[in-house]
Design a binder for this molecule. Sequence first.
Ligand code: SAM
Length: 385
Amino acid sequence: MISLLIEKYAPPGNGLGFYQDKAVFVPQTVVGDEVLVTVEKEKKRYIIGRLEEVVKPGSKRRQLPCSHYAECGGCDLLQLSYSDQLELKKEMLVQVLAGAGIQAAVNMVAAPSEFYYRHRVLFRRDRQSGEFGFLRRRSHQVAVVPDCLILAQVMKSLLAKLTALPMLPKKMTACYGLASAAGNFAAAAEIGRKYQAIPGISETVSENYGFGDLELAASGFAQANPAITRLMISELMKNCVDACEVAELYGGSGTFSLPLATIAGNLTVYESDPAAASRGRRNAARNGLENVRMVSGRVEKKSLPKALDTLVVDPPRSGLQPVIIEKMVKSRASRLIYISCNPATLARDLARLEAFDNGFVLDSLKAYDMYAGTTHLEVMAVLKR
Ligand SMILES: C[S@@+](CC[C@H](N)C(=O)[O-])C[C@H]1O[C@@H](n2cnc3c(N)ncnc32)[C@H](O)[C@@H]1O
């Protein structure tokens, strides 16, 4: 066991102390904490520690609101008040951007609700008991958390329904759950590497972010926090108000496409998952949006429309491939809205986009607290030539 003082934070929000000249990263700590830590992983220059005991709390440590916090890997920042969480997330984002040479004023948008916000989640299933929960921190074991603080109440109804189903396949290792803001839920079982419907539970929900009905599948991508998604849509609309020819890369089933289609003359949406692209097509048709063209397949292999003024991208955590960046820079678009769930790849890509002659330069940036209680956030960056 190591005894140390948490001196500062390191991205994405772990406490950082030093032991015999080695950096020790300790999740779930605050600056000023004197802690006892066990070594989970040791490398030449650093250690990843597990918090065992807070000997003396730092001044910003609050009473933990969740009794499962130490065992469950779902949250990382519950030891801080909500305003301190926001402050820390902002500081971490600024640090990550600065590391890539990007200086930015970060405007942080708080979640309307700190708790009970999460409408999409991957439940893991305990092999022995068959119960559903979340992975323990740095482990493959499952923590069962029936009174989870961040899950929307409707997701607890889904959990109860799953638990009551008599004949779930033994090989089901996980389950994607999705709930609409209106309170309907859907689920998909993970069996092997495939997703299957669960008899008695819908595979899809109908969501409405204010731009028509949107069918979303539990097995496909969907945003996790409807309240924050609405705020992001409204900001996206403001930034695209005079857009005419728009390309949306990584469009999913149309969360951002439906609103964009109401202002764009033409909208071309690229999505690699054929099921999501088909749903996107149906979602546009159902809402009478005739100006949307859904292109199914990896965007790396597709060409962008010739006449283009606005690009909107919302890539997975891995960010943008260099080939996509090149395509976007060569396009005629004068504006790029980059929505990101990973500050590290966003920072890398912003630097790459800027490095071209007549590349895209960061104009403004807002960070949205889509996942309160955790180190995760969503960022919307607006870039101009
Ligand atoms: C972060 S999600 C965003 C989806 C959508 N914007 C939304 O909010 O629902 C990223 C999406 O990109 C898709 N995707 C991943 N790699 C892709 C690629 N190379 N080309 C096109 N789409 C891709 C995924 O299937 C997923 O739907």
